[in-house]
Design a protein around this ligand. Structure first.
Ligand code: PEP
Ligand code: CO
Length: 464
C-alpha cells in the first residue's frame, strides 16, 4: 500500500515540471475539458486492476507469462471494428501459441484503449524549411503537417476518453461473446495458413488443440470455458491533465486508482525519480510498468522500485527492459541481479522494439525482425544465466499485413516498406511476424533450459 493515499493536485504536479507535455494556449478550453473528464465514469474498474495486479504477481513469481501488445500509437481513425478485432485476434493467436506450445498461463494485456499520447525526441518538426510542433499523438494534435493541425487541442482529451471507451467496450464484448472461442481464433487463421510458414505451424497446433478440445467436451467439460478470456488494457501514462482527471477514489477501499486503463506504464523519457509522472503514479493502486533503457543502472531501478512500491507488493512493479539487441547482454545482468539480490520480486518483461529502431536507406523508420529476436534471445539468455524468470514480452503489432518492420519469414526488405507503411509513429510487427515471434518465444520457453518456478502450474487446466 502506498505511504500516502493523498493524490497530489494538478498544480503540485505541474510544479514538478512534467516532461513531454503539450503547450496548450487555450487555457479556458483546457479547464473545461478537465472539468468534463472528472465527471465521466471510469473506463476500468478498481477491482479489475487488483485482479491484474494479482496476475502480475504470478508473472513475477515465475508462474505466468505476460503478453502485452498493440499499436505504438492508437489513432482516432483506427477505432473501427476491423482494426480492433484484428489486433485482438493477433494477440489471441499469439496467446494460443504460448499457452499450448509453451504450456504456460498467459496474462493478456493490450497496448490498447488508451495509447494515444507519445513522447517525442524533439518538440518540433521541420519540413521544407517550415517548423511546426511535433505530432504528439491523437491525444494532443493532428498528424497533418499544418499549423492548425499541429496546434495542441485540449478537446482531443475527450476524444481519447471516447475512443478508449469504444475500444474497451468492443473488446469486452468480443472477448466474452464467443469471438475468443478457440475455434473462432483457429478459423480466423485458416485462410492465412496456406501462404505463411508461421501459419502452417499454427495449423498444426490448432489441429492438436481441436483434438484435445473434442476429447474434453466428450468428457463432459462445458465448451463455454474455452470461449472467454481475461483481457486488460494498458498505455503509457503520459499526459498529466488526462491521467490526473481519470484518477478516482475507489468506493470499496477509498484508495486512488488510475481509471484510464488497467496497467499504466512510465516511459523511458519520463521516469525521473523526482518527476511528476513518478509522483502521480506512486499514488495509484494499479499495477505499474516502468521502461528501462540501455543507460539504466541497477541503482536507478532500485530507487524507482522503492519509490513506486515501498511495501514490496506482489505484482505492483513490472520492469519493461528495452535496451537494444547490441546492449541487452551487457546492461541487463547487473540490473536484474542487484534488484533480485535486494529481495524484490518484480516482473521482468522484454520490449524488443524500442531499442532497435533505425532509419532505412529510403527514409522509413523501421526495425529488423532479426534484431527483435536477438534482443529477445539476449533477454532469455540473461535470465537463464541468473536463474530469474523471463516474465513476458511487450511488442508493437497490428493485425494487418503492413510492411513496417523488415525481415521475418516473408523476408520483407527495405524496398517493401513503401507498400503498406501505415503507422503514425513506430513500425509494428504485422500479423505474420507477430505469430512467428510467438512461436520463437514458445521455443525459448520450452527448450528445456527455461524453467518455471512452479512447474505444477503447467499441468493445471488453463482457461485461455
Ligand atoms: C513506447 O512504448 O511507445 C515508447 C515510447 O517507449 P519508451 O518509453 O521505452 O521509449
Ligand atoms: Co513505440
Amino acid at each position: 500500500m502506498p505511504v500516502t493515499t493523498e493524490v497530489p493536485s494538478l498544480e503540485q504536479l505541474h510544479a514538478l515540471s512534467p516532461l513531454q507535455q503539450p503547450t496548450y494556449t487555450d487555457e479556458s478550453g483546457l479547464a473545461e475539458v478537465i472539468r468534463k473528464l472528472r465527471k465521466l465514469p471510469p473506463l476500468v474498474f478498481a477491482g479489475e486492476c487488483d485482479e491484474l495486479r494479482t496476475k502480475m504477481a504470478s508473472v513475477a513469481s515465475g508462474e505466468a507469462f505476460l503478453l502485452q501488445g498493440g499499436d505504438c500509437a492508437e489513432t482516432f481513425d483506427g477505432v473501427t471494428a476491423a482494426n480492433i478485432s484484428g489486433k485482438l485476434r493477433t494477440l489471441l493467436s499469439m496467446a494460443v501459441v504460448l499457452t499450448y506450445a509453451a504450456q504456460v498461463p498467459i496474462v493478456k494485456v493490450g497496448r490498447m484503449a488508451g495509447q494515444y499520447a507519445k513522447p517525442r525526441s524533439s518538440d518540433s518538426e521541420t519540413r521544407g524549411g517550415i517548423t511546426l510542433p511535433a505530432y504528439r499523438g491523437d491525444a494532443v494534435n493532428g498528424f497533418a503537417f499544418t499549423p492548425e493541425s499541429r496546434e495542441p487541442d485540449p478537446g482531443r482529451l475527450l476524444g481519447v476518453y471516447n475512443a478508449s471507451a469504444a475500444t474497451m467496450n468492443l473488446s469486452r464484448a468480443f472477448l466474452t461473446g464467443g469471438f475468443a472461442h478457440l475455434r473462432s481464433v483457429h478459423n480466423w487463421n485458416a485462410d492465412f495458413v496456406k501462404n505463411s510458414a508461421a501459419g502452417v505451424q499454427y495449423q498444426n497446433l490448432a489441429n492438436e488443440i481441436d483434438r484435445a478440445l473434442a476429447f474434453m467436451v466428450a468428457c463432459g467439460i462445458d465448451e463455454r470455458v474455452f470461449a472467454t478470456v481475461d483481457f486488460y488494457s494498458s498505455h503509457e501514462a503520459l499526459l498529466m491533465e488526462y491521467e490526473h482527471a481519470m484518477t478516482r477514489i475507489d468506493s470499496r477501499t477509498q484508495l486512488p486508482y488510475g481509471t484510464s486503463g488497467h496497467f499504466l506504464w512510465i516511459g523511458e523519457r519520463t521516469r525521473q525519480l523526482d518527476g511528476a509522472h513518478v509522483e502521480l503514479l506512486r499514488h495509484v493502486r494499479n499495477p505499474l510498468g516502468v521502461k528501462l533503457g540501455p543507460t539504466t543502472t541497477a541503482d536507478t531501478a532500485l530507487e524507482l522500485a522503492d519509490r513506486l512500491d515501498p511495501e514490496h507488493e506482489p505484482g505492483r512493479i513490472t520492469f519493461i527492459t528495452r535496451m537494444g539487441a547490441g546492449k541487452i547482454r551487457d546492461v541487463l545482468p547487473d540490473v536484474v541481479s542487484k534488484v533480485t539480490a535486494s529481495g524484490r520480486q518484480v516482473a521482468w518483461v522484454c520490449d524488443p522494439m524500442h531499442g532497435n529502431t533505425f532509419e532505412a536507406a529510403n527514409g522509413y523508420k523501421t526495425r529488423a525482425f532479426a534484431d527483435v529476436m536477438s534482443e529477445l534471445n539476449g533477454f532469455f539468455d540473461v535470465h537463464e544465466e541468473l536463474g530469474t524468470w523471463p516474465g513476458g514480452v511487450h511488442v508493437e503489432l497490428t493485425g494487418d499485413d503492413v510492411t513496417e518492420c523488415v525481415g521475418g519469414s516473408d523476408d520483407l526488405v527495405e524496398a517493401d516498406l513503401v507498400n503498406r507503411y501505415e503507422t503514425l509513429c513506430d513500425p509494428r510487427l504485422n500479423r505474420n511476424q507477430s505469430l512467428e515471434l510467438a512461436f520463437l518465444v514458445a521455443e525459448r520457453l520450452t527448450d528445456g533450459r527455461i524453467r518455471r518456478a512452479n512447474p505444477v502450474q503447467a499441468y493445471q487446466p488453463v482457461n485461455l
